[in-house]
Design a protein. Structure first.
Length: 217
């Protein structure tokens, strides 16, 4: 009897341990990846609390095909992350403004930056900074240039921050304006017409009185 209880307790403990392990692994992890022209990925773990991450290639890349995207190692609706990418720093030296929100679950490709497979990544200018930038060639590769000269990419640092607030819209006000309304114009016209009519009537009465006086004489 005692042995059965012990075995039962061990089985319960083992079951609980297994459930805990499955639950922990089901949470998954996020990984940020950028793909070079030789199709090698430079990767880094990424979390929603990161202010910056850096990916580095083992071999310097003459160009890239994907400047970066977020990957998730488990499927499911519980995978959520959203980061506003302010800028990229290439080779630890050259800053390129970005202004792009990366998120999972993704909406309209928001998990990744423009790349050679979409129109933004195929454009002549993908992202551009002061004297440097990433430039597309129509869908084959994206080249990093400094002062117009193609430069190898060794690393990219991704700098995250707060997304700018939406611009406020102009709210209508009830403040009076100097311009008269249509009703005011109509009322003024009516008042002017009435005054003119009274004046003419007064002139007519005065003329009639003069005529009557002359007749009586």
């Amino acid at each position: 009897m005692t042995i059965k209880r012990i075995l039962g307790a061990v089985s319960a403990f083992a079951a609980g341990f297994t459930m805990l392990t499955v639950s922990a692994s089901a949470a998954g992890t996020f990984t940020f990846k950028a793909t070079g022209s030789d199709w090698s990925d430079a990767t880094s773990p990424i979390t929603a609390d990161d202010t910056s991450i850096t990916v580095t290639w083992e071999n310097a890349q003459a160009s890239i095909v994907n400047p970066g995207y977020i990957a998730y190692d488990e499927t499911g609706d519980t995978a959520e992350i959203s980061l506003y990418l302010e800028s990229m720093t290439v080779n630890g030296e050259y800053d390129i403004p970005v202004g792009y929100t990366l998120s999972l679950p993704e909406v309209d490709g928001s998990a990744g930056l423009p790349n050679i497979w979409n129109d933004l990544g195929k454009a002549d200018v993908v992202f551009e900074g002061d004297g440097c930038g990433l430039y597309g060639d129509g869908g084959t590769s994206i080249t990093f240039k400094v002062d117009g000269t193609a430069t190898n990419i060794e690393s990219i640092t991704y700098n995250f921050g707060e997304a700018p607030a939406d611009e406020p819209t102009d709210e209508p006000t009830d403040e009076p304006t100097d311009e008269p309304t249509d009703d005011e114009v109509q009322n003024d016209s009516a008042d002017t017409g009435a005054s003119a009519g009274i004046a003419l009537a007064g002139i007519a009465l005065a003329a009639a009185a003069i005529v009557a006086t002359k007749k009586n004489k």
